[in-house]
Design a protein around this ligand. Structure first.
Ligand SMILES: Nc1nc2c(c(=O)[nH]1)N[C@@H](CN(C=O)c1ccc(C(=O)N[C@@H](CCC(=O)O)C(=O)O)cc1)CN2
Length: 299
């Protein structure tokens, strides 16, 4: 059996189109333009690429992009001051601080300084609590993208057995909450889980978010299961030439695709959905701030 490939790149393009259409509508009808402020501290090359991409896609969707690049030795005080300013700025509907932050900065303190209504990453403790208690919140972008792809692939998710491998605050835990919201039966597995292959084998839905290249083996997958690979791991690829590398996920894709019913590739699966969902969250935050109707299917 060869699995259906879930094309995250194409799906993300559809989400961006939907966002752009709604943005054009509220600009025309209400004179409101959603604005996203992205804060980058330091010069991590991967973060610079993601931030550039966020700015470009924000503008392409018709929204305002405000980029704040701060030096690596920025103090906590200066960063908190910038966040205060952005919190108070009515043209900014979404604020995102690119992670990881340099090690001298306290990530939790910084994230929790963002106005929860503008927290388009959904990482603020208030949004975490709202999501966990089934209330309206801002939802973290990567898990939101995963659930959108699952709904598109499977329709109603209720009653499905889902395993999330990984318990990070950014992906694993919110992913589990979102699957619960969809009425799945959810297991969160992690490094101490006993008989992980057996646990995974029971699942109709497998979400791999462990950050270990090719960790999930093909023979762990239940035939016909849907596999969402959140991992982005760069590994050496000497076959491409000296010093070359390539991206792989947390799932052994070649083996898993022979067993699964559907699977996301890496690259081109979950990754592109992250930024598309950031645009969707920015639009949602703007609509909420102005008391406007929220677009369907983006939360
Ligand atoms: N504040 C945040 N920081 C970080 C987040 C986040 O959601 N909020 N997520 C990641 C990085 N990230 C966005 O910020 C991100 C990662 C990957 C992709 C993506 O499209 N990946 C491509 C491959 C890209 C490549 O070739 O290197 C793919 O998987 O196809 C987009 C966004 C950490 N920080």
């Amino acid at each position: 059996m060869t699995a259906t490939l879930i094309d995250g790149k194409a799906f993300a393009a559809l989400i961006r189109e939907k966002v752009a259409t709604h943005v054009a509508r509220i600009k025309e009808a209400q004179g409101v333009t959603p604005g996203l402020a992205v804060v980058l501290v330091g010069d991590d090359p991967a973060s610079e690429v993601y931030v550039r991409s966020k700015g470009k896609q924000t503008v392409e969707a018709g929204m305002n992009s405000f980029e704040h690049k701060l030096p690596v030795d920025t103090t906590q005080e200066a960063l908190l001051e910038l966040i205060e300013t952005l919190n108070a700025d009515p043209s900014v509907h979404g604020i995102l601080v690119q992670l990881p932050l340099p090690s001298h900065l306290d990530e939790s303190l910084v994230i929790n300084a963002i106005d929860p209504a503008k927290d388009v990453d959904g990482f603020h403790i208030s949004n975490v609590g709202l999501l966990a208690t089934g209330q309206k919140s801002m939802v973290p972008c990567t898990p939101l993208g995963c659930v959108m792809m699952l709904r598109d692939q499977l329709g109603d998710l209720s009653g499905k057995d889902a395993v999330v491998i990984g318990r990070s605050n950014i992906v694993g835990k919110p992913m589990a909450q979102l699957l619960l919201r969809e009425s799945c039966t959810v297991t969160i597995a992690h490094s101490r889980t006993k008989d992980l292959p057996e646990v995974v084998k029971r699942a109709d839905i497998v979400v791999a978010a462990v950050g270990r290249a090719n960790f999930v083996q093909g023979d762990w997958i239940k035939p016909g299961a849907t596999v969402i690979d959140v991992g982005i791991n760069r590994i050496p690829a000497p076959e491409r030439g000296e010093g070359k590398s390539r991206l792989v996920g947390d799932v052994d894709f070649a083996a898993a695709k022979e067993v699964a019913g559907a699977i996301t590739p890496v690259p081109g699966g979950v990754g592109p959905m992250t930024i598309a969902c950031l645009l969707a969250n920015t639009l949602t935050a703007c609509c909420r701030a102005h008391g406007l109707a929220e677009p369907d299917g983006l939360t």
